[in-house]
Design a protein around this ligand. Structure first.
Ligand code: DAH
Length: 354
């Protein structure tokens, strides 16, 4: 026969023993067994609480209060025990530097070439297939190569065509002889100085100008220079070579147009355009060719005799042609990019598109 005293006693004992045994448990599985043994449907405390119903009505409240308190104490102890186990497990993993194979894997990012590099390679490949050799030159250049040997003497108004960044270092005469090259053309002179004709080179590289930036101007940008010098080279060679290049890069159906232009290091000088591949001559409202049907893609010309003489070539024996183009401009046209500053912003949302 259950009396209030024995039941209170029993609840107290269950609580004491349960809390005492909790300490010795080592893992989550043991804690779960403990929970079933005390708080489960047939657990010691659950059975004791069930017996409260058998007590006389006036004794039930006291036993009920004691039972609830015991239940809360066990649940509390259970929660704390689980927390302690979690902490020590985490500490153990950290100290053993264990690999957690359940963590999600790190994504493998796939790199790619910058759009400028891609276009520079396409341009170089096109000329390489016609026998041109790829060479590179210094970005810090002497005035001598950047201007003088290209028939742009000191105080010549043609210097105004290039906004120059000078290196802050004077020579004995008090002049600034070094600059960040404003174009890749100085490599014409460097190459010719170092070898005899036949010369066929293509020169990709970075150039700099003292320039306010906007959608079509950067203070640094790329150029690709080309030079061919030999006995008997004519303007027909220039046209044929550049026409072939335009077809390789912009499609076999391209037409080209040459118009007179002025560059001090060539005579005659031209600018070369291709017919607009975006509107195919429809023109009306075309953003790419601005309704003209033509897109200028490079400057070119027959190497000026003074440039040949300047490097010690006999200009009565040798002739040649030269050209220069901006790969960013080519990429902007080809891919419909509306701002040159994208090329240098390092924004992956832009770069991933190429
Ligand atoms: N160097 C010129 C520039 O920066 C581009 C150029 C034009 C290069 C005509 C050439 C050429 O070789 O023949 O604007």
């Amino acid at each position: 026969m259950t009396t209030p005293q024995t039941l209170l006693q029993r609840i107290d004992t269950v609580q004491q023993e349960a809390l005492a045994s909790l300490n010795s448990l080592c893992n989550v599985e043991e804690v779960e067994e403990w929970r079933v043994a005390h708080l489960g449907r047939r657990g010691a405390l659950t059975l004791a609480l069930r017996d409260i119903g058998g007590l006389p009505a006036e004794d039930r409240p006291e036993a009920g209060t004691a039972g609830n308190r015991a239940k809360l104490a066990l649940e509390d102890g259970l929660g704390q025990k689980l927390e302690t186990l979690r902490e020590s497990e985490a500490a153990r993993l950290a100290s053993e530097n264990r690999l957690d194979v359940t963590l999600p894997g790190r994504p493998m990012l796939q790199g790619r070439l910058h759009p400028t590099s891609q276009i520079v390679r396409q341009i170089c490949d096109a000329f390489a297939s016609m026998g041109f050799q790829v060479v590179e030159g210094p970005e810090i250049e002497w005035d001598h190569y950047n201007f003088e040997l290209l028939n742009i003497p000191r105080d010549h108004p043609a210097r105004d065509m290039w906004n120059t960044l000078w290196i802050d270092q004077r020579n004995e005469a008090g002049e600034y002889p070094m600059l960040l090259r404003t174009h890749t053309s100085p490599m014409q002179a460097r190459v010719m100085e170092s070898r005899q004709p036949p010369v066929r080179v293509i020169v990709p590289g970075k150039c700099y100008r003292y320039e306010a930036t906007d959608a079509t101007h950067e203070w640094h940008f790329y150029q690709v220079e080309g030079l061919a010098v030999d006995d008997g080279i004519t303007f027909a060679d220039l046209k044929g070579t550049l026409y072939e290049f335009a077809r390789m890069l912009f499609g076999a159906e391209r037409k080209v147009r040459f118009r007179c232009d002025y560059f001090p290091f060539v005579e005659p000088g031209v600018d070369m355009s291709i017919d607009c591949f975006a509107c195919n001559g429809d023109r009306a409202g075309c953003r790419i060719c601005r309704d003209t049907g033509w897109i200028e893609i490079m400057g070119a010309g027959m190497v000026h005799p003074r440039v040949l003489e300047g490097v010690g070539y006999d200009s009565s024996k040798y002739t040649g042609f030269a050209f220069g183009l901006g790969p960013e401009r080519i990429a902007m046209l080809k891919y419909g990019i509306d701002d040159i500053r994208h090329f240098y912003a390092n924004d992956l949302r832009f770069l991933r598109q190429f």
